[in-house]
Design a protein around this ligand. Structure first.
Ligand SMILES: Nc1ncnc2c1ncn2[C@@H]1O[C@H](COP(=O)(O)OP(=O)(O)OP(=O)(O)O)[C@@H](O)[C@H]1O
Ligand SMILES: [Mg+2]
Length: 230
């Protein structure tokens, strides 16, 4: 089965070739744990090959400066940026519209879809909806589920790999995902990123053909590497 390069030799080795192409992979973790780096790395890796990427950035994490570092001085950053179609919704209603746009774009060739910050805008609206009562809450909950279902269907039917990131919050001594059940259900691969005082670890929490395992990693200019003996 074809895999999507994660844009890092060590990550690809860990994932036996990379991300699976017919499912949604959910990368989750706290602030600064490396989620956006994972997304940019996969996007840059595709864009360098001239492949088309749709990147939905809900948190302003998409950084041209960071992409320049990843691409390196010599190679063409312009061409890489041209291969990435960026959408930047600023509220959940706009995120909904971004999904309409995404569906339109599927008429052309698309090789990777990234949604960096799947529930950030949802969470903001969620707080509002809580004040407005059950109806509003149900409505945005079902919109989130609909968006995840749409992504899962695109991945399965069109074999376009999808990467989604999600934040966690701390609740009763536990790190929980925002919109947890919905994302865990639709994400057939779950990767948790933990940053413990600068020591970063990725945990493979759910996978269709690999056991639970972990990878200690570092972030550097070019991307992500396995942490060596230090
Ligand atoms: N060139 C680099 N070299 C080393 N570390 C870097 C480099 N660029 C970024 N980082 C580190 O990456 C981390 C941020 O990672 P990233 O933005 O991927 O986190 P995140 O999980 O997306 O966070 P958030 O939840 O806030 O969006 C920071 O700790 C930053 O220092
Ligand atoms: Mg981020």
């Amino acid at each position: 089965m074809a895999k999507l390069s994660a844009g890092s030799y060590d990550l690809n080795t860990w994932l036996y070739g990379g991300y699976e192409t017919d499912i949604v992979t959910v990368i989750y973790g706290g602030a600064g744990s490396g989620k956006t780096n994972f997304c940019l790395l996969a996007a840059v890796s595709q864009a360098k090959k001239g492949k088309k990427v749709i990147f939905i950035d809900t948190e302003g994490g998409f950084s041209v400066e960071r992409i320049k570092q990843m691409v390196g001085e010599k190679d063409g950053v312009e061409a890489v940026l041209e291969s990435i179609f960026l959408l930047k919704p600023t509220n959940f209603e706009e995120q909904k519209k971004a999904f309409v746009e995404l569906n339109k774009r599927l008429r052309d060739q698309v090789d990777l879809i990234v949604v960096d910050g799947m529930t950030i805008l949802y969470r903001l609206d969620f707080a509002d909806a809580r004040d407005k009562g059950d109806g509003a809450l149900q409505m945005i909950n079902s919109e989130l589920a609909k968006q995840m279902k749409t992504l899962a269907e695109i991945a399965r039917k069109k074999e376009i790999p999808v990467l989604v990131t999600n934040q966690v919050y701390h609740w009763e001594d536990e790190d929980r995902m925002v919109g947890g059940d919905i994302l865990k259900y639709w994400g057939k691969c779950l990767i948790e990123l933990v940053n413990d005082k600068g020591r970063r670890t990725a945990y493979l929490r759910k996978h269709r053909s690999l056991p639970e395992k972990s990878l200690d990693f570092v972030i550097d200019n070019r991307g992500i590497k396995k942490r060596g003996w230090i």
